[in-house]
Design a protein around this ligand. Structure first.
Ligand code: FES
Ligand SMILES: [Fe+2]
Length: 375
């Protein structure tokens, strides 16, 4: 990605411009105190993509999402609205729901003393609490929850700005019909590298010709368009080489393209990091996402998912494996790089380095990070 479209989002110019910037100090990749600060400032106060609306289509269907000791309950109410609740009883604080997912949760009954909540969070029963007890005073505590493109986002900060406002400068991806797409595959990885190394690696293709022969054959490492950045994202696009129609092992697709895309879109794959941890990559015929979950300073869980059109998924004999294998191969090549980078960052000999011109989106991510963490 070139630097020609780099638009500074700094008001005071406090951080160095791309040309003068160096990569992050090594300590930011391995220090436990830094990690703890990130968990608080970023992963407990920013919008996080935690699932899909398609997973809880019926009223009463639910799943829980865990980060450290917090387990959030996400449930679709009778009114079809999706809400997120801190999974904590308002009586004496028992955890309410331990299951990872399920259906029929129209009443949430605490296993301790049977206080019972409706799926919209209202306390509807509190046995023998007496007439002067007002149930309206003790609803479940909600966490901000909203959707974008069929994805469910939550924020652990009760005072978070609305998701719509946070995402307001994200490029318009509505032509990809994201809410209509359906998950066809999911692969989880645990990688011995800091979560920022995963994001940084996603944001550049300087390494692609060397490390990703399968990818480079289909989408030239130098085919990147202009780098784009905003308050909530950085990224850009790459083009498919002539003779190829999508990113699969074969370079071709048996599946219908997403309807309504332009000729340009048929030749393009978009790669955006939505801060802090959603990597969203629309292809002509499918959507690839990675969600990045820090486990420790040097360990990260990555959930990779593939979404196709409903028409494709409904086709008899539908088989996404050509796309899944392509990105599984590419992912594993990337994780190997990230582990090496982690080992380097942990060395006493590590020094911040110089960004290549094709790494402007890495710089944009690092710049956002420094700015957000006030480093
Ligand atoms: S702690 Fe839930 S009913 Fe007592
Ligand atoms: Fe890569």
């Amino acid at each position: 990605m070139s630097t020609s479209n780099v638009r500074s989002i700094k008001k005071d110019g406090a951080l160095p411009p791309f040309e003068d910037a160096l990569t992050l100090p090594g300590k930011l990749y391995w220090d436990q105190a830094v990690f703890n600060a990130e968990k608080e400032a970023i992963f407990s106060s920013m919008w996080l993509c935690i699932g899909r609306c398609e997973d809880i289509e019926d009223p009463g269907s639910y799943f829980t999402w865990q980060q450290d000791n917090e387990r959030i309950l996400i449930v679709r109410g009778k009114d079809k609205k999706i809400r997120a609740f801190f999974n904590v009883c308002r009586h004496r604080g028992s955890r309410l729901v331990e299951e990872e997912s399920g259906c029929g949760l129209n009443r949430i009954t605490c296993p301790y003393h049977a206080w019972t909540y409706a799926s919209d969070g209202r306390l509807v029963s509190a046995p023998t609490m007496g007439d002067d007890f007002d149930k309206n005073d003790f609803p479940l505590v909600e966490a901000p929850c909203d959707t974008y493109g069929g994805f469910i986002f939550i924020n652990l900060d009760e005072n978070a700005e609305p998701l719509e406002s946070f995402l307001s400068d994200l490029p318009d991806l509505s032509r990809y019909q994201l809410p209509e797409l359906r998950r066809a595959a999911r692969v989880e990885y645990v990688v011995d590298a800091n979560w920022k190394l995963i994001c940084e690696n996603y944001n550049e293709c300087y390494h692609c010709a060397l490390v990703h022969p399968q990818l480079h054959r289909i989408s030239d490492a130098n085919s990147g368009g202009k780098m784009e950045r905003g308050r909530c994202f950085s990224g850009g696009s790459m083009h498919l080489n002539d003779g190829f129609s999508t990113m699969t092992m074969s370079g071709h697709s048996d599946h219908p393209v997403i309807p309504g895309l332009s000729e340009e879109d048929h030749r393009t794959v978009q790669y955006y990091t939505i801060y802090p941890n959603l990597l969203i990559s629309p292809h002509p015929d499918y959507l690839l996402t990675h969600t990045i979950w820090p486990i420790g300073p040097g360990k990260t869980r990555i959930v990779c998912e593939w979404f196709f059109t409903q028409e494709a998924v409904n086709q008899p004999g539908f088989d996404p494996s050509d796309a899944v294998e392509f990105w599984d191969v590419t992912n594993k090549q990337d994780w190997g790089l990230c582990v090496r980078a982690q080992r380097g960052a942990e060395s006493r000999g590590y020094r911040p380095g110089k960004y290549h011109p094709h790494e402007s989106a890495v710089w944009a991510f690092d710049d956002w990070y420094r700015d957000f963490m006030e480093l």
